[in-house]
Design a protein around this ligand. Structure first.
Ligand SMILES: C[S@@+](CC[C@H](N)C(=O)[O-])C[C@H]1O[C@@H](n2cnc3c(N)ncnc32)[C@H](O)[C@@H]1O
Length: 351
């Protein structure tokens, strides 16, 4: 957690040049990494039922008592744990957000981003020098089951939060029959559409490991007979034709402009005339974004996209121009009340 500063210290580090602000970043980076270690070592789960002394915690987590004590003291200093009468306990924030079965748990996000920042970001300079990613992010993810599960659990959590509002915002005519979700992975969005619109069937195109995650969501919702999970490369696979709705949720930001243009043309070819394409994206350059961490997140996210995939966060105007080029009309941007960073962009295929 960010290092708490007195007003004098804040002035020294943040408002004057008397102390290096990068020192605070160093401490915050260590705090983040220590929290991920606490999570991965099972410390927070081991403390879920109440406080424990270090020896009992070391037994439960299979760790070295001295190393663990030093980590626990660091986590207590950063606010992830509390320490009293020789026992450690989860802080209220840890108990609320870092236990795996807490509602809307942040644990998958902490684990996933820690993997990305300590692995992929080691050579951040390389992509900035060369102008392209050093590896294929999604091929890598398919080969790392733990990171893959964290990634889709994190995105499924977001989908559970945003899904109902998105379904309300997207008009689905009574005669509509088919929704195509390109790169739909965990499949929570098509499940939300099918639950609200009993006449719809869905096809989800994605890579094998991602679809294995989606199969669980579809089965849990009892919708296996209405959803087809189709393995394939979204840039080349047969997407079918005459769909009423094409979802491109968190997809175009993985690509550079020309590839986005090609993807939107593929979406157009898969739709019936008058059908609708729906994009969900963290958008860059949103003037009305409320103050807070949203803007910082989008900048971090865009840098991560460029480094890992060669993509970036797009501004609405760029997407609207690309949709127009691909034959869509009536492009619109929708703010979501459930998120400062995620926006819906919809457009209709010219008839
Ligand atoms: C950022 S996730 C978005 C998942 C979901 N649409 C959402 O918004 O939560 C990107 C998805 O695209 C899939 N994907 C990436 N590259 C792909 C490719 N070349 N072919 C098929 N699927 C791909 C990934 O496996 C992943 O499920």
């Amino acid at each position: 957690m960010p290092v708490p500063l007195s007003p004098d210290e804040a002035h020294l580090f943040l408002e004057s040049d008397a102390a290096p602000a990068a020192f605070l970043d160093l401490l915050d980076a260590v705090s983040f990494r220590s929290a991920a270690a606490g999570l991965r070592l099972g410390v927070f789960e081991a403390l879920a039922d109440g406080p424990l002394p270090v020896d009992r915690l070391a037994e439960r987590t299979g760790t070295d008592p001295l190393g663990l004590r030093i980590l626990l003291d660091a986590l207590a200093g950063y606010g992830y744990l509390t320490r009293a009468r020789g026992q450690y306990a989860n802080s209220a924030n840890t108990a609320r957000w870092l236990l795996r079965d807490a509602p809307g748990s942040f644990a998958p996000a902490l684990s996933f981003w820690s993997t990305v920042l300590t692995g992929w970001w080691q050579d951040l300079e390389a992509s900035i020098r060369s102008g392209g990613p050093t590896d294929d992010f999604y091929a890598w993810l398919e080969k790392h089951p733990e990171a893959l599960a964290d990634f889709h659990t994190m995105l499924r959590g977001l989908a559970d939060a945003l899904g109902p509002e998105i379904v309300d915002l997207v008009p689905v005519p009574a005669e509509a029959r088919s929704v195509l979700d390109v790169g739909g992975g965990h499949a929570a969005y098509p499940v939300a559409f099918l639950t609200a619109h009993p006449q719809l069937r869905a096809t989800v195109v994605d890579l094998d490991g991602a679809l294995a995650q989606g199969a669980r969501t579809v089965a849990d919702a009892g919708l296996t007979d209405r959803v087809t999970l189709r393995p394939g490369d979204l840039l080349t696979a047969d997407l079918g034709t005459d769909h009423d709705l094409v979802l491109l949720f968190n997809i175009v930001h993985g690509y550079q402009r020309d590839a986005v243009a090609a993807l939107l043309r593929r979406a157009a070819a898969a739709l019936r005339p008058g059908g609708r394409v729906v994009l969900l994206e963290p958008l860059a350059e949103v003037p009305e974004r409320p103050a807070g961490p949203g803007e910082a997140f989008v900048r971090m996210f865009s840098l991560n996209l460029f480094h890992t995939q060669g993509g970036r966060a797009y501004a609405y105007d760029e997407l609207a121009a690309l949709l127009d080029e691909a034959g869509f009309t009536d492009a619109r941007q929708h703010m979501l009340t459930g998120s400062d960073t995620d926006h819906l962009v919809t457009a209709v295929l010219a008839g």
